[in-house]
Ligand binder design. Sequence first.
Ligand SMILES: [Mg+2]
Length: 224
Amino acid sequence: MQTLFSDIDTWIFDLDLTLYGPEANIMAQVRDRIALYVERYFSIGSEEAHEIRHRYWKKYGTTLGGLMTEHQVDPHGYLDFVHDVDMSLLQPAADLRDYINALPGRKIIFTNADAPYAGRVLTARGLDDVFEDVFDIHRMQHMPKPSPGSYDALCSELMIDPKRALFVEDSAHNLVPAKALGMRTIWVKHAGEADSTAHEDHIDHEITDVTQWLSEIHSFERAA
Ligand SMILES: [Mg+2]
């Protein structure tokens, strides 16, 4: 690509709410499953479970982080449980598949979820075989984005030069460590989110839809 992105050789994508939109209603289900796990684990009511879920999420980055640190919960059983959600609203995305396939270089998923769940999402979206690798929560040693160590692990294990990598994410705070390493950062902003972080230094480009954005850079390349 001879244009804005000609220096990029590795395209890194977040999964949830980046490769599909909020309308698929996946993350609300995951949140409820997390609270249900906490409810059953501690034998407490739903309201208290949501409080614990939120408290661990704020303190440890994920609820799992709190459950592992404070209660030695097994991450595999937990992740199987919380990701047991209805994916029927996820639709195959043929355009997105074509646009990602047409990008020059490597394509990688970088997600705080686990690889089996990521595989189900990718299958539902018709994005099987598009990505070279899924760097998941286990490979981050359960220290999720935005923990800087997870970005270091990604780059060293997959031999990525961050200065030639681009990262697409809907959680703006997850772009901070990426930018610090020298990655190009693309923020997928969903409707209703505040603009407060939009022009901060860690965001290079702000978009609202990955498919639309990729279609624009491909047509720009053809015109160049
Ligand atoms: Mg996300």
